[in-house]
Design a protein around this ligand. Structure first.
Ligand code: ADP
Ligand code: MG
Length: 267
């Protein structure tokens, strides 16, 4: 975390290309095998996922795209170890998530994965800095060290002047930056974002997408984003199109019928 703010605002394709070239078979950070999810509501059942097979590679930016109700959040919860499948299995770093005890699950959620949500979900009574240091405190990092690191991360996401602000004193985009900073607190291997731009205007949403992309390239972190925001296409290495709980297709960005960069400004 020693990079200059704004140092990498140029062409992101090179880094993404590098990440892709580094991908080899067996380099999956997350693997879903035959994942189904059935929600039971009284007498009714809803099949939210109907057999998902998926490999997510280390260092890639994967967008899970689909209309509302297609199962994006359900899949997000599975690959993030927040919920377990009805059938099938999810492996994070080749560990079957359903086999973890509550202590191991807590470790995974605190250290391995950083989460970002549509509604930011930062704690209203805490300052930006306190929100970011909290996961480090949970992870047992000494307070002074957590504070230093929290300050560095907040500077990196462009909030160096907003450390002691509380969420109500921040714009939506700034709150999402705090959430991104918090997600990075314990150097996760995976950043999982569920509709991270869903509550943001076009310009702010684009800034958040660009920030996620920069962090992916600087930190070699895997970014998995559930979204129906088409602005996300240009940032993604691969796009998984989800429909009615099934994978419709998975595309690489270079195979998409779009010009990289041309999507900025469209929704
Ligand atoms: P998306 O994020 O793409 O909008 P979701 O994963 O939230 O889709 O939902 C997929 C389907 O599962 C929808 O039909 C939704 O109503 C249903 N669903 C989601 N969560 C629950 C739940 N906790 N209980 C019952 N049904 C649910
Ligand atoms: Mg959702």
């Amino acid at each position: 975390m020693t990079h200059e703010p704004d140092a990498d605002k140029t062409d992101h394709r090179e880094g993404a290309e590098g990440a892709r070239q580094g991908v080899t078979a067996g380099d999956a950070v997350v693997r879903a095998v035959g994942v189904t999810k059935v929600y039971r509501m009284g007498k009714n059942t809803i099949s939210a996922l109907k057999g998902i097979d998926l490999e997510i590679y280390r260092g890639e930016y994967l967008s899970i795209m689909g209309p509302s109700g297609s199962g994006k959040t359900t899949l997000f919860n599975m690959v993030g170890g927040l919920d377990v499948p009805s059938e099938g299995a999810v492996y994070i770093d080749e560990v079957d998530v359903s086999q973890l005890d509550s202590y191991e699950l807590a470790w995974l959620r605190c250290r391995k994965v950083g989460y970002i949500f549509q509604t930011f979900n930062i704690l209203p009574v805490l300052t930006a800095l306190e929100n970011v240091t909290l996961p480090m405190v949970f992870a047992g990092i000494p307070p002074a060290e957590a504070r230093d690191k929290g300050e560095q991360i907040l500077k990196r996401v462009g909030l160096g002047e907003r450390m002691t602000h509380r969420p109500f004193e921040l714009s939506g985009g700034q709150q999402q930056r705090v959430a991104i900073a918090r997600s990075m607190a314990n150097d996760p291997a995976i950043i999982l974002a569920d509709e991270p731009t869903g509550n943001l205007d076009l310009k702010t949403g684009t800034e958040i997408i660009n920030l996620l992309l920069e962090l992916k390239e600087e930190l070699s972190v895997t970014v998995i984003s559930a979204t129906h925001d088409m602005k996300m296409l240009s940032a993604s290495d691969r796009i998984l199109w989800l429909r009615d709980g099934q994978v419709q297709r998975i595309e690489r960005r270079e195979d998409l019928d779009i010009e990289v960069g041309a999507v900025d400004g469209e929704s």
